[in-house]
Design a protein around this ligand. Sequence first.
Ligand code: DGL
Length: 267
Amino acid sequence: MASADGVDPRPIGVFDSGVGGLTVAAALMRRLPHESILYLGDTARLPYGTKSPQTVRRYTEKNVSFLLQRGVKAVVVACNTASALALDDFPAPVPLWGVIEPGVDAAIARTRGRVGVIGTESTIRSGAYPRALCRRRPELEVRSQACGLLVPLIEEGWHDDPVTAEVAGRYLAPLHDAGVDTLVLGCTHYPLIKPLLQRLAGDGVALVDSAEVMAETVARAVADGRIRPAPDARPQHHLCVTDAGPHFQRIAGAFLHHPASLELVEV
Ligand code: DGL
């Protein structure tokens, strides 16, 4: 619980289906260096991106309950698929954010009129990004592309690999032909291959991922008192996974640049 001196040592909860949300966790660690992060990677049930809205909602409810039971003071749903499919009227006793709006904010700030969106099949099928983009700027041209094979390749750790480059190149071709100037990485796994995607998209295309904007959103909530800040001490980061695949710890270690303990959990 929050203490009388106005600080709150409880962690900020972050979840994704796998390693992808670590991109958001890492941005939070950079932006709010005293806040502890409790990360849940639902690796046993990955991928979410091919599942129905009902199933993704059920998993999301379980993951949020898990984080709340562990005593988090806020929840970041660092999974585009869960954010797109499961957060309407989502009840939560603590501040809770999804990653769609931060991604849309960043895209709107950068685009000259043509936006490409890549994501999982379920996220693209939901239409969440074009809806949110056109609500804000109806004149935008939005092209979406589902990229079903990228998540497995990224979970496999093939981040700078000719196979991944070949696959990603095929997915990006129609967006390139459509002349998009801004590309929304509508899956939290994709920033892990950002250099590759930037190379394929070309220097003139702005790549947008929601991690930095999400971290800014949470920092604002700390600044305006919706969340009390952590004490001025070394944070404790903790990673939970529902299945201990061989790649998670390696990718987490390489990517987070912060020590974090790892625990196998059931949700
Ligand atoms: N990282 C997740 C997202 O942002 C999806 C990966 C999966 O399919 O589970 O959509």
